[in-house]
Write a protein that binds this ligand. Structure first.
Ligand code: NAP
Length: 465
């Protein structure tokens, strides 16, 4: 018997568990998937936007793995809490695979970044996804103008959620508090701003196109900013995704040009008559240099420096500045991994050094310790990218299985975890949360509605767990 702990129940953790139990070379592998939260699925539950039901339905595939007879979900287990470090884990399990993702956000390092009203996009995502650590965050949704810094898929998600109306959001599983705040939001203008050009934007075309299909918002693009981009003149030389993005933006820019020709008043009137009361402005070649405002009134604007292409894929500043009004700023410049208890950490990349998933300390493998997912390769790629990544790590672990199985470990992992002060929520507890969320939704006249706070989640888990 080989007993493995997988830390984290997001896609990389679940795919690792799947790779370990769905193979014949090493029989009798038992996998315990531990999560700090009482709920499974990681970013599929707490990161995929609530209006992306199709991607969310991937939970059904992950669920099948977590219900495998040799896979055991244990929520509410905090690795790194006093009494549960790497050493204790290695006394309970033959091997430990860290699949903890990238738990924090990157910083801009500009003056005013922490003014009231300026938040990381990841905290906004956590809030509308009902992450229990984000329940108390207060976003300035009385804002008239919101700036989203960055042009990746997270930026598109938060811009889209800000632009959606009540009718579109009520059908999601968004928590009631966030739904109410978004429905009452005063945001009219949403600025999504990239420091480089459109052909270098990180969003994918499907996600970009979705902005243009929002019933209550119009997308505005400035032709002159697209024209600055070398890829705009020669889209043939771009990778496929860049080419498609540029084409979508070109079409929108032409439409925006018509708007400019008609005049702003006429265009606002025609948008309003079509029910499009919000505007999403896609801006490029603007590098954030400061947030303007003060601690008492909060952020009032973001100051950008105009940039131009440097002919090497980067940009250089021109010294020319532009302030964009914003009472709400969402910094969407990427996730970042955090150091894990007892593990080496590469501060430059925010990842754990590894070779094919085996954790390396000073270049040598740490026996029995592995990584998969974003903590292994950095916060890039789509959910499916985790499959081959997890497979590679599982293959390394299985190669080491004979030596690992010789180690003495605790008899009962759940008792041993309890002895460290943890109170694990088993799979049955999670099923209790699902039942409570369905009942809460019925009570509100909506579909399933997520519980947003620790107390509610743990109470629901205890009802069956
Ligand atoms: P991302 O794709 O890395 O995008 C980060 C953005 O921030 C880029 O536009 C980047 O510009 C910009 N940026 C970085 N540092 C900056 C700075 N100092 N000043 C201004 N801009 C800066 O990150 P993400 O949007 O957080 O997404 C993370 C991963 O999750 C991606 O793989 C994404 O595809 C995935 N995801 C997918 C979906 C989906 O499939 N629907 C949804 C959400 C997330 P530069 O390019 O110039 O560095």
């Amino acid at each position: 018997m080989l007993r493995v702990a997988v830390i984290g129940s997001g896609p990389s953790g679940v795919y690792t568990a799947q790779s370990l139990v769905e193979q014949q070379a090493v029989p009798d592998v038992e996998v315990y998937v531990l999560d700090r939260l009482p709920c499974p699925y990681g970013l599929v539950r707490y990161g995929v936007a609530p209006d992306h039901e199709k991607i969310k339905s991937l939970q059904n595939n992950l669920r099948t793995v977590l219900e495998h007879p040799r896979v055991h979900f244990l929520g509410n287990v905090e690795v790194g809490a006093p009494g549960l470090g790497l050493q204790e884990l290695c006394e309970i399990f033959h091997a430990v695979v860290f699949c903890v993702g990238a738990a924090t956000d990157r910083h801009l390092g500009i003056p005013g970044e922490d003014l009231p009203g300026s938040h990381s996009a990841t905290s906004f995502v956590a809030w509308y996804s009902a992450h229990p650590d984000a329940a108390a965050t207060d976003f300035a949704l009385s804002a008239r103008s919101a700036v989203v810094i960055g042009v990746g898929n997270v930026a598109v998600d938060v811009a889209r959620i800000l632009a959606r109306g009540a009718a579109e959001l009520a059908g999601t599983d968004m928590p009631q508090g966030a739904l109410g705040a978004l429905v009452d939001s005063g945001v009219e203008d949403i600025w999504m701003v990239g420091r480089r050009g459109p052909s270098q934007a990180k969003f994918t075309t499907k996600e970009l196109r979705e902005l243009g299909a929002l019933p209550g918002a119009e997308v505005l693009v400035r032709p002159e900013e697209l024209a600055l981009d070398p890829g705009y003149r020669d889209p043939g030389g771009l990778p496929a995704v860049g080419r498609r993005n540029v084409q979508v933006l070109r079409d929108w820019a032409e439409r925006s040009n018509d708007v400019v020709t008609a005049g702003p008043a006429a265009s606002a009137a025609s948008a309003a008559s079509a029910g499009r009361t919000r505007r999403i402005h896609l801006r490029f070649f603007l590098r954030p240099v400061a947030m303007v405002g003060d601690a008492a009134t909060g952020v009032r604007a973001v100051r950008f420096e105009r940039t131009v292409p440097d002919e090497h894929g980067g940009v250089v500043g021109t010294g020319e500045h532009e302030d964009i009004e914003a009472q709400l700023v969402l910094r969407s410049v990427g996730y970042r991994g955090t150091p894990q208890p007892g593990l080496p950490f590469d501060d430059a990349t925010g990842t754990v050094p590894h070779r094919a998933g085996r954790v390396l300390r000073d270049g040598a493998p740490c026996p029995g310790v592995y990584v998969a997912g974003w903590i292994k390769r950095g916060p890039t790629g789509v959910i499916g990218t985790n499959r081959p990544c997890a497979k590679e790590t599982a293959a390394s672990l299985l190669e080491d299985a004979t030596a690992l199985a010789e180690r003495d470990i605790a008899d009962d992992p759940v008792d041993a975890l309890r002895a460290t002060g943890q109170q694990p929520v088993p799979w049955a507890g999670w099923l209790g949360i699902e039942v409570a969320e369905a009942a809460w939704g019925r009570q509100l006249g909506r579909g399933t509605v997520k519980l947003p706070d620790w107390e509610g989640l743990l109470e629901a888990a205890r009802s069956t767990g």
